[in-house]
Each structure stands twice: as C-alpha cells, then as structure tokens.
Design a protein around this ligand. Structure first.
Ligand code: CDP
Length: 787
C-alpha cells in the first residue's frame, strides 16, 4: 500500500492508533453472541423451504413435547398479540412469522425457545408444516405481467406486484436534448443482488425484567435509538421501559439498519418465558433472509455532442424489492438517492424513472455501504460515460476531464435538484492519473495488445452524497434525520463524549475523541467515547450512509465549541479579567499579549466545579450538548483507476493495480480513512468480479453460504495505492465530509470499465457483474448480455 498526499493541504488532525483496537486485537470485543445472562434461553427460527406457498397448517405439538423446549411460537400466536406483522421501513408491513403464506425461501415460519441452542434447533425438525406450493415470481421483469401470481394478497385489493412508480428530473427538457444530440448511446445493465455479508451475523438477547417491567434488548443494530422508538410504537411500551444496547458490532454495512423478525421473536420469547432469550442467526440465515442490496435493472441513455460534450442522461429502472418493501431510505425518496445519477458531470438535462416491484425473494434493498442507492447511480453514470467514450473512440480520461464539474460551479445544483457543496474534481482525477502513470499505462496496453495480451485500464469518477438529513427533507418513518452529542468535562479536565451514532468497526471511539480534542485541546487519550446504549446517549438516527462524521461529528464539534465558550467565561472569572481579554491557544486561555498568564483546560475544569464565583446566570461545570440538523448533505468525491489483466485462455480477471484518490475534506485520522478506503475497495472488487445472490426458477437461493456467495480475500486484492485531495465542506463546522462508503460506491465501475477495456479487441461493449470467468468468457464469445 502506498499513499500520496497532496502536501499543499494539511489532510488530517493526526494519525493515531485506534483506541478500540486494544480490545479487538486481543479478542476481547464484547459482541451480542458473547453475552450470557443468568438463566438465558436460546431461540431458533424455522424457515420456509419454498419461495411461495400457502400455509395450510402448522403442527407444533411434537416440538412442544421436547423436554428442553420452553416455548414454540407461530404466526397464529403472534396474531393474538398483534405482532404477526410489523411496519417496514418503507411504509409497508413485514411478516414476523408467516401466517397465510410464505413469500420467499428462508422466511420465518416458527420460533422455538429452548434450554440450549442445540435443543432449539433439534426441535425445529419436530414442527410439521403443511404447505401448498404456489408458482413463484423470480424474474423482476415478469413481476408485472398480467398473469403473474400476486405475491402480496395480504394487502386488501392488491391485484398485481407493483410497489411504486417514481421519477425525477425534467422529462420534456431531457427529450429535447436527446432529440437534438449528435450522438446517443443506449445500454441496459444490471446491478445484481448482492449482500452486505458482515462478519458478525444478526442477533439479539432480549430480557423483559418481570419485576420492573423494563425490556432490555441487546442487539446488532446500527441505529439503537430508532429501534427503541419503533419497538415503543409497535409494542405500545413507554420508551423509559425500553433500553436498546448495541455492544460491539462486527460490521454492519447497512445489513443492521432494520428490525428483523428474530429481534421481535427474542422479545416475545422473553415475555412468554420470563427469562432472557438469545437469538443468533447462522451464515446461511443471514445471507438468505436479511436485507440484500442493489437488484436494479437499468436502461441507460446518454446524449452528447460529436466532440464529446455530455448533454443529457436518462434512465429507466426496474427495482426488485423482494417480498416486502422494507428498504431503508428517507420517506420522500422511494428509490433512495438514485436521482443523484448525473454524477460528477455538467449536463443540460436528466430524467430518471424507477418502478419498484415485489418478487418472491428476501426483502430489504438496504444501502449496502452506500448512501441510499448512490452506488447504483454511480455505476450507471460511470458505465454510460465509458460506453460513450467507446462510441466516440475517445480516451475515457479525456472525456471525463472535458465534462467534470469545474471548481467555480460550486455550490452546484444538479438537474435533479441536489446541491453539491464543494469539489475540485479535475485536480483529483489528475492526481489519480499521475499516481497511475496513466499515459505510460496506455502505451503498455498498446504493446500488450499487439502481442495478443489483454490488459485493461478502467476509470471511475464518483460523487457521493452523505450525511442525511436535513430533517426537513429526510426522515425514516417520521423520525427526522438529525443526531446528537453530549460532552461532559470532569473536574480533573478529562472528558466523556456521548453519541447517538453507532460504530460497527469504523473507529468512532478514536475519531470522535480526536474531534473533541481538536476543538478543546483535551488530549484524545483523556476523552472517553460512549455509544450504543439508549439509556446513556442522546437520541439520533444512527450510523449508515456515512452519516456519522457529517452529522454527529458536527454535533460533537459544536458541543465542544460550547465547552470552550463556557471555559472562556470560567477562565475570565478565575483570572479576574473580561472574557474578551482572553485569547485561545489550543488547550488554554491566556491573557491577550501575555502567554505567561493563563489557565489550562484542566485548571478551568477544576475551577468550573470549584468555588470560583461565576458571573450571574452562568451555571457551573463544563458540559455542553448539541442536536445537529445538517443544512445539507456533504459531497465527498474521488477518482479511481483500475488496471486489470484478463487471461485470454481462461477469461480470469486479475486486478493488477488500483489507484484511489479520495476527497472527504480534512481527515480526522488519515490512517482510519485509509482503512475505510481499503475495505471499500475490496468490497468493490468483490461485487465487480464475484458476488451475486442468484435464484433458480423455483426461487431457491443459490448464494446462501460462503461456498456459493464469494467474497474477496487478500488474494484477489492488489496492494492499494491511495491519494488524497482536500476540499472542505463549506457547511460542516470542521469542513468534514463522510468517507466510510466512498470506496464501495466508486470502485465497481472502475473494475468493470477496466475489464471491458481489456476486452476491446473482442468488440465487447458491456457485460454485467459479476465478471466471473464464465461471464467474461461468454462476453468474449459474443454472447448476448445478461441483464
Ligand atoms: O458513518 P460512518 O462512521 O460509517 O462513516 P464516516 O462518517 O464516513 O466515518 C468513517 C470513519 O472515518 C470514522 O471513524 C470517521 O471519524 C473517519 N473519518 C475521518 O477520519 N475523516 C473524515 N473526513 C471522515 C471520516
């Protein structure tokens, strides 16, 4: 791994080893499955073997007779508690346990609670379910056929599999641009169904204390406060009788945003047995039943002038949402942020339409390491730009340079209404090309082609849109997307920072301490970060869509500034001078013009808790809080270049080099940012080359284990070459933009563009991900595209 930093800009507050690694590297993390409460029982879920079937009857008597079984729960029992269905994140409903029908393979049908995990699993086999198998809808394109079986006949009056129709942009203006353009290129493409596949699967331990009637749920959630409110609304329990604790989380990537039936079942199991109940899914359950990502069938068109000025873009999307519409996204945007699909280019007009359909597949459609469908949008535009370059016979880097937004155009309003906050796009692309030695690579490619060797160079330029809210535009089920932070400074000058966001491995315990340290001067080692416990942290919507730094990071900076403002008043009382006579030198206030007379933060903290008389109306202590409703999203961006070699005999793709220049504004901790980028690049290589959840025509899931659902290892990844430019966000208090998901968003099109570039001698224009040897081989044989 090599890193090139743009020395003109200070890029970070400082590299600092991660505080949390002291426990993670020693195997001392505390995950949900590490919890063992006294008297704890274990739950297991019986799942449907069919994609679509009517439930005629369920016989649980043999399971109930198992000596170690304490409870067997069916949908019928949940109906009596009004818990058979719960609200989805997208104003639909989700079955906790199937009552009438099963609608995807792996759907939850019954729940057994037993003395131990093995007995619970054994007893599942004693449950007899009589199914009447129904024809499944597997192909999204056939879901709207007139004779397609209706999946959601639980919805009154439903006669088809249609979910929503949504559009954005100016259709008439786009049509006009296309009618007058010198060149129009069309391309169908599929962003296949993939899975976030976190290392830790989903699980919960629920305990309803029978004495004080307080329900505690330890669960793998990225959004503990939102979960608590939803539990309160569904169960009718007051929030102070509900505590959600999210201990260490072994990766989320969007997979742990929603509430899964297993969490609810652990709760019901505890209420019925009056004992703590643990439910922890296995790998296959995670891959089969929890939120998938993508599954977007896209028809793109790009219009340009003969000399390569991009004029317009349009796309028609068919979105496969599975059996229940449970995608996690702001209410206002049924297709997430897909309409940011004009990407990083200066266009005249754009229009997109998205139709959502039900199919007999697992529900979800989460933002897997992306901000609400931005990944699909970036893939679409970056493939379309490369297709245009192909048709124009123009270098794809030159075409991008010609069309990238220029710095003076910011703040820039896109044709679909997004206001990009800041950017210096050409500088980032140039830096990536310099690190890559782009011109040399093209020469090398020409030489190899002459020898029949297949080398490809792929570029992608992406703009991300991260940090949801503002809450006037964005909510999930009516909860506005704002986040909180509380800073409390102890009398000795050490501090505790409480956050509403939830780390799943991103290193918040380190970076949020660094943010507060940067503002207050208290060393980061002296700042403890608390998160993941609704009883001990302020309310907020949690961590996904790289929103922690843009939202809670801003709240932390503002709360820390409030501490410093207060410290000035306390210091002035201690030094018997006016507050304006003091000047701030990181970590202390000095008398203006005399650095020898002053007070450090530690002294001021003691003063604030001591006997110093403060001016009237000023309360003691040095505590502050902030609820931050961001004025806009932040728009990190990046330029990626991928170099691949394709074996002409086996069609195997090897990623030889990958250059990633990211701009997320100043970096709190450049080491952590690089780690985030490395992980995201590996994600992208995986999606581009090997990951897919496929189904057979009966709706059987063909990707339900890591033998079938391939994820990349270090063997498939090159030594990443990273670089940085720094364009601060004008509205974030510290100029910070999010970065957690940038690389996952930006890298797949770079890999695909590189492979298609390598296959140019075969006249290949497009092939869908994953570009497995079989898929590449077919493309080389001129096989029709599979979308
Ligand atoms: O919401 P999430 O934590 O997944 O994403 P993020 O806000 O982009 O942050 C990911 C990690 O990178 C966190 O530890 C951040 O504090 C850190 N980061 C950073 O050091 N500098 C930035 N400009 C952005 C993020």
């Amino acid at each position: 791994m090599t890193t090139t930093e743009n020395q003109a800009n200070p890029i970070g507050f400082g590299r600092m080893l991660r505080k949390e690694d002291a426990r993670f590297l020693r195997g001392k993390g505390n995950y949900v499955d590490d919890l063992n409460l006294p008297g704890m029982l274990h739950g297991a879920v019986l799942r449907s073997p069919y994609a679509h079937a009517r439930i005629k009857s369920i016989d649980i008597s043999a399971a109930q007779a198992h000596p170690k079984v304490k409870a067997v729960i069916t949908g019928e029992i949940l109906e009596t508690l009004n818990l058979a269905w719960i609200p989805s994140l997208s104003h639909d409903v989700v079955a906790v346990l199937a009552t009438d029908k099963v609608r995807f393979q792996g759907q939850e049908v019954a729940f057994v609670v037993a003395e131990d995990r093995y007995s619970a699993r054994d007893a599942l086999e004693l449950i007899e379910v009589d199914y009447e198998v129904l024809p499944p809808v597997v192909d999204a394109k056939k879901a709207l056929d007139k004779d397609a079986p209706v999946i959601r006949d639980d919805i009154a009056g439903k006669v088809d599999n249609f979910i929503f129709d949504w559009e954005s942009g100016d259709k008439a203006a786009t049509d006009e641009v296309f009618a007058n353009a010198a060149i129009v290129v069309n391309q169908d493409m599929l962003y296949p169904r993939v899975h976030p596949a976190p290392m830790e699967t989903c699980g919960a331990v629920a305990y309803m204390d029978p004495i004080d009637q307080k329900l505690t749920i330890y669960s793998t959630t990225q959004a503990p406060h939102a979960h608590r409110t939803l539990y309160a609304l569904v169960a009718g329990l007051p929030e102070h009788k509900l505590r959600v604790v999210s201990p260490d989380i072994g990766g989320g990537f969007g997979n742990k945003v929603g509430i899964y039936p297993g969490y609810v079942l652990a709760i019901v199991g505890s209420i019925l047995t009056k004992r703590p109940v643990k439910w922890m899914e296995d790998r296959s359950e995670n891959l089969m039943s929890t939120s998938f990502a993508r599954d977007y069938h896209m028809k793109g068109s790009i219009a340009a002038s003969a000399d390569g000025k991009i004029l317009g873009l349009r796309v028609d999307v068919l979105a496969d949402h599975g059996a229940f519409n449970n995608t996690a996204q702001p209410t206002k945007f049924p297709a997430g942020f897909f309409h940011v699909f004009t990407g990083s280019y200066d266009l005249m007009a754009a229009h997109c339409s998205v139709r959502g359909v039900y199919t007999n597949k697992a529900p979800g459609g989460v933002a897997y390491a992306c901000s609400f469908r931005v990944t699909e949008a970036v893939y679409l535009v970056e493939r379309m730009v490369d297709r245009l370059a192909q048709e124009l016979k123009m270098d794809p880097a030159e075409l991008r340079m010609k069309n990238l937004l220029r710095p003076e155009q910011f703040p820039y309003t896109s044709p679909t209404g997004w206001e990009y906050d800041s950017g210096e796009y050409p500088r980032a692309l140039r830096l990536a090309m310099d690190i890559a030695g782009y011109e040399e690579l093209r020469k090398e490619q020409a030489q190899k082609r002459a020898k029949g060797e297949l080398m490809g160079i792929g570029i992608s330029f992406f703009t991300e849109t991260v940090g949801a809210g503002p809450k006037r535009h964005m909510d999930i089920l009516g909860l506005g997307m704002a986040d909180g932070c509380e800073v409390r400074v102890h009398p000795t000058g050490k501090a505790v920072v409480r956050l509403s966001v939830q780390s799943q491995g991103q290193g918040h315990e380190t970076t949020f301490a660094q943010i507060v340290s940067e503002v207050t001067g208290i060393p980061p080692e002296d700042i403890d970060v608390v998160h993941g416990d609704t009883d001990n942290t302020p309310f907020g919507l949690g961590t996904y869509g790289s929103r922690s730094t843009p939202v809670s990071g801003a709240a932390a900076a503002i709360a820390a500034r409030r501490v410093v403002d207060k410290a000035r008043i306390v210091a002035s009382a201690m030094l018997e001078c006016a507050p304006e006579d003091l000047e701030w030198e990181k970590g202390r206030f000095n008398i203006k013009g005399d650095k020898s007379v002053g007070k450090t933060m530690a002294e001021i903290a003691l003063g604030a808790h001591g006997t110093v008389e403060l001016p009237e109306g000023v309360e003691g202590h040095l505590n502050a809080e902030c609820v931050y409703d961001p004025p806009n999203l932040t728009y990190p961006f990046g330029a990626y270049i991928c170099v691949v070699d394709v074996d002409p005999a086996t069609a195997k793709v090897s990623v030889r080099r990958f250059i990633a220049v990211d701009d997320c504004g100043p970096r709190i901790n450049p080491m952590i940012v690089e780690g985030q980028v490395h992980g995201g690049l590996a994600d992208g290589v995986g999606m581009a080359l090997m990951e897919v959840i496929a189904f057979d025509e009966d709706g059987n899931n063909l990707g339900a284990s890591f033998m079938d659902y391939l994820i990349p290892t270090s063997l498939e990844c090159p030594s990443w070459e990273t670089g940085a430019t720094v364009t601060p966000s004008p509205h974030h208090p510290l100029g910070l933009k999010g970065v957690g998901e940038s690389a996952t968003v930006g890298s797949p099109p770079a890999v695909v563009n590189a492979v298609i570039d390598a296959l140019a001698p075969y006249g290949v224009k497009h092939a869908d991900m994953p570009l497995t040897p079989a898929q590449v081989w077919q493309a080389m044989q001129g096989a029709p595209y599979r979308t």
